[in-house]
Design a protein around this ligand. Structure first.
Ligand code: IPE
Ligand code: IPE
Ligand code: MG
Length: 244
């Protein structure tokens, strides 16, 4: 078990992104349907949100449903959409002073899911605690393609010139424009890949992979990831001497 004194309170990552993977395998190991694992995973979302907020993380971005996940069997997609509606509880967000946002292609989500999201975003907008972001119907390539269309349109309209396009102006058009880049990215479930998640934003993010399936991921596992992060040296292309 982690002793909380091992965590340096002055070096808490501002933004933690998580690829919550392994729900299906967790359920199958128990002889259950995959959706049982998604339900268990929703509980973990509550635990880890609380843990992160208590530590002082400012932004927690959770990959809940990718653009590619639309290709899963219809039954599983429907169960997930239903679960989003059931788990998004305004009372809980309000009680914990969380600001709720989503990133992703909202147009593709069913109307009842969109209504629920709109309500949670509007009602929690003035909260001052951690921002909890769900990536729903999200993929980086979708986001970047969308951004390119917006910028191309601005050029065509004459509001900007091609030479005005900069890293900053691209970043401002991304869904994630309201938050800093992730400092730490955690992927549970044992796979060593990014699965189309925050590719632009993670250019200098510290990566942490663990085998634990998401439903089993505990506050202690989260602390382990934070401690690991705190031992990294972030050089951004410079030399160690320049950093010190
Ligand atoms: C992650 O768990 C949740 C979603 C992608 C919605 P998975 O459903 O991918 O679980 P595994 O990877 O098949 O175990
Ligand atoms: C990534 O997990 C998406 C989410 C966690 C929502 P997947 O299970 O869909 O990723 P792959 O298919 O293993 O790369
Ligand atoms: Mg998976």
């Amino acid at each position: 078990m982690v002793n909380l004194e091992q965590i340096d309170k002055n070096r808490i990552p501002r933004h933690v992104a998580i690829i919550m993977d392994g729900n299906g395998r967790w359920a199958q190991q128990r002889g259950q349907e995959r959706s049982f694992g998604h339900q268990a995973g929703a509980e973990t979302v509550n635990t880890i949100s609380e843990t992160a907020a208590r530590l002082g993380v400012e932004f927690l971005t959770l990959y809940a449903f990718s653009t590619e996940n639309w290709n899963r069997p219809e039954k599983e997609v429907q169960a997930l959409m239903q679960l989003f509606i059931e788990s998004l509880k305004e009372e809980v967000l309000m009680k914990n002073n969380l600001r709720f946002r989503i990133i992703g292609d909202r147009e593709r989500l069913p109307l009842d899911v969109r209504e629920c999201i709109d309500r949670c975003e509007a009602d929690t907008d003035k909260n001052t605690g951690m921002t909890l972001v769900l990536a729903l119907s999200y993929s980086s390539r979708w986001e970047l393609t969308h951004t390119m269309k917006v910028l191309a349109q601005q050029v065509q309209d004459g509001t900007i010139r091609p030479c005005d396009i900069s890293e900053e102006s691209v970043a401002q058009q991304l869904n994630t424009a309201f938050m800093p880049n992730p400092d730490l990215l955690i992927r549970t479930g044992g796979e060593l890949r990014l699965s189309n998640y925050l590719l632009w934003q993670c250019a200098y993010t510290e990566l942490y992979f663990c085998d634990t399936y998401w439903p089993d991921f505990s506050a202690n596992d989260f602390y382990q990831a934070i401690i690991d992060y705190q031992h990294r040296e972030r050089r951004y292309g410079k030399t160690r001497e320049q950093i010190q």
